[in-house]
Write a protein that binds this ligand. Sequence first.
Ligand code: ATP
Length: 404
Amino acid sequence: MSEANIQSLAKTSWRFWRRWTSGRSTPAKTAGVEDHPGALLPRQTGFAIRIDKVEQDFGSFAALRDVSLDIRPGELVALLGPSGSGKTTLLRVIAGLNAPDRGAVYFDGEDATLLPVQDRRVGFVFQNYALFKHMTVADNIAYGLSVRPRRLRPSKAQIDAKVVELLKFVQLEGLGARYPAQLSGGQRQRVALARALAIEPRVLLLDEPFGALDARVRKDLRHWLRQVRHEIGLTTVFVTHDQDEAMELADRVVVLNEGRIEQVGTPAELYDQPASPFVISFVGEAIALPVEVEAGLVKFQGRELTIDTRGLQNGPAKVYFRPSDMAVAADGLGEIEGHVESVRRTPGGVRATIAIEGYDQTLEIDAPVERAARLGERVPISLSKARVFPVERKRQRTKVAAGA
Ligand SMILES: Nc1ncnc2c1ncn2[C@@H]1O[C@H](COP(=O)(O)OP(=O)(O)OP(=O)(O)O)[C@@H](O)[C@H]1O
């Protein structure tokens, strides 16, 4: 988003403020707000958001397809997916920056699909900071309040007090007089968050907020954001392609692939009950091997795998399992067999790379030092848990023109 866009957005933010403060009914009403009189940073319950069968096309390309999602008030939801999966497009639809081609968006049960961005009570933080470079940190934070029309604008003393409070909140006390160029990347992101919060939004939208930062600063900011969100209680949606970030921060994660939702779940649900090959492969590490489903049995190289086959149709399929789901079979009777291709020492023991005969595929298995495998040794492997999915057909993302 350009600086000019943000300025115009902030300038018009007074409109929703006026509706809010004058008590007129608004499409996105105030239900659930717990303002504390006099508090500068009141704890607020955010809006519930419902996304109903939303689709977005760019020419013949379908960026979002049949996306439906319910986000609870105060929930922190991550949109996770590979590049081009539609994360930013969905965030922009929630923000009102994109009007969906089909479907609807509701805030607290009220249709907000066509509500202008400035009327939605949403705060944004983007990856590239987008702070006003020529303004001090304090002026950046105050901007959304200071551009309100005179009769709705808080007094200068009130704005100053709010800026001081927000600087304290984002742990940047005393840095109000600096310019963005005089801050670190992590500090700039915190200023961006303070600026987004100054207008008292009910929904906070973060697009790869830590994307441009180094690993250490990302980790610190994640930790900080987790604490902050408990304090402010806003409905928050953030975009990331970093699964660790999504799993660490989010109450629920929405996994997107090629414009569709593959699965919505808590981090534990995504790890333990992945709904598709894409989810098990994208969220955490997974190994996939071709199998055959025959008369209620799953077979790999003619050997039977002890896997629940309920609901599986006969035919070619793939078995997926995580490194933690396999172990060297103590009784020597493995479901999968291979030979040790290489062994290396790790802090906790040794890690052996096992080559599976007949497949261009290796498995890595950890063992204690005293059971270190020898090169070339045959290793029987048993699986404690695995999932089988039918072989998938490639999906069409580009819309086919009628009659074509
Ligand atoms: N304005 C646009 N015009 C044409 N195509 C677009 C437009 N915006 C997005 N797209 C396309 O829609 C798809 C989804 O884009 P989107 O930015 O939502 O993906 P993303 O998951 O956020 O990716 P990334 O992680 O790389 O930012 C991409 O293929 C992108 O090229």
